[in-house]
Design a binder for this molecule. Structure first.
Ligand code: G3H
Ligand code: 13P
Ligand code: NA
Ligand code: ZN
Length: 328
């Protein structure tokens, strides 16, 4: 059944677990997420980005998630719109039936330029007013995601960076978070604590703490009823990176967020953990391997089935590690 983010994350807070929120673009990702949820008895958050909407088309994306709701009536599913760049984007998703939207007012409508605090409050408040009147939950974002090493916002391919940020924006300020929540009324808040989007998060293998879990604690202490969200939380699995490169790929050496650090965040108030890159890597690795090992095959269902299986294993592992398994 379709449920709102608020309902789901309130349950997660009550029982002390975290929800992986997987990005979806195609049927295989939806299948993988649902097969894993069914096998582990976990609730589900599926989210569509602007990139997903332009790839699949909004009606296809929405109907893929609706098909999952129809096929798995016993599993609570939140249909979330990821990174809305302006209120109109969120209004459209609310109108078309999403149960949760993200207004990312940390950036201007170009989704690149850091926005002022006043702008962020203003656009987020507008979305909350309308969304709550419709029973839809809202996620806001305060602080800008970027590498604490370099200040870079996140790179598509490990070569060209998209933009450099001022160091003070890279960590969410707890006092400002409390003010933001008071002024906007958001249900969930994405915070900057050292994660960044994409595959190229850390250049060295993380040994100790790569995230500022102390910030999570400080923010959670000030706004305990608001569910904290970690974006950029792929773990960039070393085994999938090796498979991609061993079967003809060429990804650079890179490291993601260790699962244990996410689990630490969940202990201190993180309830939603966004994951996109890990499923992309499992899908690409599975397909590369299949095609190289089955050179005569020309039936796409065969390599797409392997893609689904690769992604499904990651989803299962995250449901189990974050404690949502058994909570559906
Ligand atoms: O927030 C970023 C997500 O990974 C979505 O990326 O815009 O390429 O679909 P995308
Ligand atoms: P990753 O690139 O780490 O998978 O993060 C995805 C994300 O934050 C989507 O909003
Ligand atoms: Na989101
Ligand atoms: Zn994100």
């Amino acid at each position: 059944a379709l449920i709102s983010m608020r309902q789901l994350l309130d349950h997660a807070a009550e029982h002390g677990y975290g929800m992986p929120a997987f990005n979806v673009n195609n049927m295989e990702q939806v299948h993988a997420i649902m097969q894993a949820a069914d096998a582990t008895n976990s609730p589900v958050i599926m989210q569509g980005s602007a990139g997903a909407r332009s790839y699949a088309g909004e009606p296809f994306l929405r109907h893929l998630i609706l098909a999952a709701i129809e096929m798995y009536p016993h599993i609570p599913i939140c249909m979330h719109q990821d990174h809305g760049s302006e209120p109109a984007v969120c209004f459209r998703s609310i109108q078309s039936g999403f149960s949760s939207v993200m207004m990312d007012g940390s950036l201007m409508a170009d989704a690149k330029t850091p926005a002022s605090y006043e702008y962020n409050v203003d656009v987020t408040r507008k979305v909350v007013d309308l969304a709550h009147a419709c029973g839809v939950s809202v996620e806001g974002e305060l602080g800008c995601l970027g590498s604490l090493e370099t200040g870079m916002m996140g790179e598509e391919d490990g070569h060209g960076a998209e933009g450099q940020l001022d160091h003070s924006m890279l960590l969410t300020d707890p006092e400002e978070a409390a003010d933001f929540v008071r002024k906007t009324g958001v249900d969930a808040l994405a915070i900057a604590i050292g994660t960044s989007h994409g595959a190229y998060k850390f250049t060295k293998k993380p040994t100790g703490n790569v995230l500022r879990i102390d910030r999570v604690k400080e923010i959670h202490a000030r706004i305990p009823s608001v569910h904290l969200v970690m974006h950029g939380s792929s773990s960039v699995p070393e085994d999938w990176l090796a498979i991609i490169n061993n079967y003809g790929g060429d990804m650079g050496q890179t490291y993601g967020v260790p699962v244990e650090e996410i689990v630490e965040g969940i202990k201190h108030g993180v309830r939603k953990v966004n994951i996109d890159t890990d499923l992309r890597m499992a899908s690409t690795g599975s397909i590369r391997k299949h095609l190289q090992e089955n050179r005569s095959n020309f039936d796409p269902r065969k390599f797409l089935k392997d893609s689904t299986k690769g992604m499904m294993e990651i989803c299962k592992a995250r449901y189990e590690a974050f404690g949502s398994a058994g909570m559906a």
